[in-house]
Design a protein around this ligand. Structure first.
Ligand code: 5GP
Ligand code: ZN
Length: 146
């Protein structure tokens, strides 16, 4: 992808502070850290989002995320970690090259997610949404087996 900023980082056309590279992926410092030490794990192959990324690529990426989070924990003596992965503008995705955020957390970091738990009007509302998703899932699995 010619204009994708993460592809340009992979090709070395844009600078980035890299901490890891292998055949399939690179890991580098996020330029705008939510908490200092924030890393991005990306595949070298361009896929826009979760939906477009093959499961085999995702499997390698999440294994790398685990390894990177462990290194981050040891190196920065973190108290926790948030793994984030956004898809679509509604979800806050800005760069359309799939990436996992590995965000170090410290008890003293002062960061709070703006996470506001809502309430369903009643159990019927929740069940109706569950049934819709289950219906698609069972349709997909019967298509695969049929
Ligand atoms: P998104 O909102 O798409 O999940 O996250 C994109 C992330 O990429 C943001 O956290 C942003 O700070 C980071 N980012 C955007 N442009 C650059 C860049 O040129 N270099 C680096 N290192 N990070 C970037
Ligand atoms: Zn790209």
């Amino acid at each position: 992808m010619q204009d994708c900023i993460f592809c340009r980082i992979i090709r070395g056309e844009l600078p980035a502070t890299r901490i890891h590279e292998d055949n399939d992926a690179i890991v580098f410092m996020d330029i705008g850290p939510v908490v200092k030490g924030h890393l991005l794990v990306i595949p070298k192959e361009h896929y826009a989002n979760l939906e477009e990324t093959p499961a085999a690529v995702l499997a390698k990426l999440i294994a790398l995320v685990q390894k990177i989070a462990a290194a981050q924990k040891k190196a920065l003596r973190t108290d926790g970690v948030n793994i984030m992965q956004s898809n679509g503008r509604a979800a806050g995705q800005v760069v359309d090259h799939i990436h996992f955020h590995v965000i170090p957390r410290f008890l003293s970091d002062g960061h709070h997610w703006n996470w506001k738990a809502q309430k369903y009007a009643d159990s019927g509302e929740m069940q109706a949404l569950a049934d819709k998703i289950k219906g698609i899932l069972s349709g997909a699995s019967s298509q695969q087996s049929g």
